[in-house]
Write a protein that binds this ligand. Sequence first.
Ligand code: NAP
Ligand code: HSE
Length: 437
Amino acid sequence: MLASLMRTVNCGMIGGGTVGGGVLQALDRNGSLLASRLGARIKIHKVAVRDLNRPRKVEIPKSLLTDNWRAVVEDPKTDIVIELAGGTTTAKTMVLAALRAGKPVITANKALLSAHGQELCAAAAQHNTNLYYEAAVAGGIPVIKALREGFVGNRITHIYGIVNGTCNYILSRMKAEGVNFSDVLAEAQALGYAEAEPSLDVDGYDSQHKVGLLASLAHGFWIGPDAVHVEGIRNVSQLDVQFASALGYTIKLLGIVKKTGAKVQASVYPALIPDSHVLASVSGVFNAVFIRGDIAGDSLFYGQGAGQDATASAVVSDIADAVLDLKSGTPHRIPPFKTHNHKSAVLPVDAAVSKYYLRLSVVDKPGVLAKVAAILAKSRIGISSVIQPEGHEGESVPLILMIHDAKNSAMLNALKAITRLPAIREQPVMFRVENLD
Ligand code: NAP
Ligand code: HSE
């Protein structure tokens, strides 16, 4: 009896691929549980796709399907719009159209938020509705909620995140199985972790988008993608994975948001992290986000960072929030983003300080190390250890240097001079070392 009096909230979904299919499955499985928790029934009443005839892993009833996304947004019965199409151009038009119609929007599209987030958040406020994006960062981990709500009373000083499931899957398999980068990428794609354009994952842009969002929420001013320094994992070779391991480190694609004086470092790069740190054991598609707040201290969030079910779980959590906000008439209780810091700025990467791992390929003859050391000394850069592993006979041998804290600009200048030495046989390889203190 009570159930039949329950309000039904109609959600119109744009996108019926990996994540869209996952949302349908999750609601199928736990729809009644959600209804009893929310006091409202959630119904996906329309799904827009590009190709009505495409065979789908998760079947969508024909009666729900349309190939016209406007039919979803403009349907007066649609209470909430869920954008799971991806991309930044048409997706922006879709989201703006829904917000302008006063409809709450849920999106998992971090590329879109990164490129146009400020405009979309402003549109949500202007049209007295909301924009929800839990699924945009770290898959099933509720880290957006944690930053905006759980840590609302903290000044956030550090965030270290492994936020791209595809890269973490690739790097973990490289370390565990000795395989090469390109062998594993195709598998990550088949498992539904990778973006339609794999460069977004492996060149670090997906992490850049996510780190920009985390940094903006943590520091209260909008940090767009151009302000987040990015390097991807294409240059991580099996050789470096092995040397790092012998030195007691694991290579991870790491997102860093660090308060440095009055500024904020926001970067993404492959870094050596100590095996003894908990982030080093985050393997496969798992993500983890370490957050340090001045009151809460250190917290670690760990979970599946990509894939159908984990991402669907985050979308469903947003659906629940949107339903509760609709029910209580409080669309702006938690705005998607609020500027509260007008004084800070992003630290230019040149000024960021870290330790380094340097692998040189050198002619094995006396005096080479002295020349390299002299260049570093001239830039006041200290060497903490040197290893020339045995068993690499031939024309050239690897020389590994671990470098003390140095400014990025000083290190790059020294590296240019080292590269010009006649004894250097290949382009040097340099990764930062983060001790995560
Ligand atoms: P996907 O499998 O490629 O699915 C995209 C869906 O959108 C497809 O159903 C496609 O239709 C539909 N679509 C694309 N353009 C459309 C248009 N103009 N009109 C109507 N429908 C359109 O992608 P996905 O992996 O589900 O990712 C969707 C979004 O979630 C992306 O923003 C992605 O970054 C984000 N995300 C993905 C994951 C993940 O693990 N996969 C995790 C977090 C966030 P057809 O099926 O007919 O082609
Ligand atoms: N391609 C993304 C990843 C999906 O691998 O993490 C989740 O955002």
